[in-house]
Design a protein around this ligand. Sequence first.
Ligand code: MTE
Ligand code: MO
Length: 426
Amino acid sequence: MDGSGDQPLSIARRRFLRAGLTGGAALAGSLAAGRAAAADDPAITEIQDWNRYSGDGVDAHPYGMPSKFEAEVVRRNVPWLTADPISSVNFTPLHALDGIITPNGLCFERHHGGAAVIDPAEHRLMVNGLVDKPLVFTMDDLKRFPRHNKIYFLECAANTGMEWRGSQLNGCQFTHGMVHCVMYTGVLLKDILNEAGIKPAGKWVLAEGADAAAMTRSIPMEKALDDCMVAFAMNGEALRVEQGYPIRLVVPGFEGNMWVKWLRRLEVGDEPWEQREETSKYTDLLANGKARHFTWTMEVKSVITSPSPQAPIKHGKGPLVLAGLAWSGNGTITRVDVTTDGGRNWKTARIDGPSLPFALHRFYYEMDWDGSEMFLQSRAMDEKGYVQPTKQALRAVRGSNSIYHNNGIQTWYVNKDGAAENVEIS
Ligand SMILES: Nc1nc2c(c(=O)[nH]1)N[C@H]1C(S)=C(S)[C@@H](COP(=O)(O)O)O[C@H]1N2
Ligand SMILES: [Mo]
C-alpha cells in the first residue's frame, strides 16, 4: 500500500512523463511566506477608495452576504449528471472553504422532488405504527423536548460515485462535494419515540418527508434510540429550505439518504420499508451481480481540498500549505497521512480544530514546494482502526458497477505551474 516499489507510476486519465519526481521535500528549516517590499506597489503607495470613503451603514444588509469578491464560491451542479434539476444534486465548494463548518448557503443539496417550501405553523410530525399511542407534534411541541447541539457531517452515498470507473470530474467540489458539516440543534428521536411508547415488536422506524417525492427511508431501531435527532436549526439559525425546513432527521455517520428532510411522519414497524416495496436505489451492485444492501455507515474518507483542480498553486515554489478534510461514519479521525509522490513516502498531517465523532476534520501539511510536479494524496484513519483504501483495493472487492460508497484515496496531479488535475495512478 505504501507503493515503495520502483515501478513508475502510471496515470489513468492522461499520460505524464515521470522524469525526476522529487516533490514532497520535507518542511524546510525556515518558512518565508512574505515577499520583499516593492516600492512601486500601488496597493501600498496609493490611498484606496475604501480608505477614502465611508462604507455601507448598518441598515444596508439586514441579512449579510459574503464579499462580492467571493462570488465564485457557490454550489454548482453538473448538468449532464442528471436528467432534471428537480431531482438532482449540487455540490459544496470544498476547495474554497476552510475549517470544519460548512456555511448554510453552501451546503450541497440533494433532493428527489425539489425543495419543499413549508410554513412551520402548518407543519406536523406524526408518530404512528407499533406505538402505544399515536401522536402528532407541532413545531412548538417539538421544542419542548430537551435540546441538543451536535456537529455532524452528512455525506450522500453517491459522493465520489462518478469515480468508480476512473477519474471523471475535475475538482474536489465535484468529486467530493456531496458532503457538508454543520452544527444541528434539535431533539433526540428517542425522546419523541418514547413519548409515543414503542411496542416490543417495533424494530424499524420509517421516516417520511413531506416533499413531492415523499422520500421514505427506514432506520433500524437501535440507531433510532441511539443518537438520531430531529433537527430544526443548523449553525444557529433555522434550517434552510433546501436542507429540510422546518425539520429534518439527523442520522450521524449514516448515508445522507436516510436523513429525511421536511420530516412529517415516523412509523414504527417490524420490518424495513425497503423490504416491502421495490427499492433498487441505494444498494451497491457488485461485479458478480449481487448487491450490498443496508450499507449505512459512511466509511473513512479524506480529500486534499487545496491545492486541487479548482484551487491551483498560484504563488510558485516555496512555502505551501496542503489543506484537506477527513471524516468517518465510525467516529473520529485519529490520523491523516499525505503523500506528494503518489504514495511512495507518507507524512503525517496535522489535524487542526475540533476532532468530533461523525464530524469533518480539517488537516494541514506545511511543506516547502521545490516547484516540481507532485502526485498528492491523503489517507485517513479512524478511531475503529479503519484505513482509507486505494481505489484499486476498493474495486478488487466491489468491482466498478456501483455508484455508491466510494471512499478510495484521491490523487491530484500538480504540474510545475501549480495547476492540478484529477488522475488515477497505479
Ligand atoms: N424528504 C427528502 N429527504 C431527503 C432527500 C429527498 O429528496 N427528500 N434526499 C436525501 C438524500 S439522497 C441526501 S444525500 C440528503 C441530502 O441532504 P442535503 O440536501 O441537506 O445536502 O437528503 C436526503 N433526504
Ligand atoms: Mo443521497
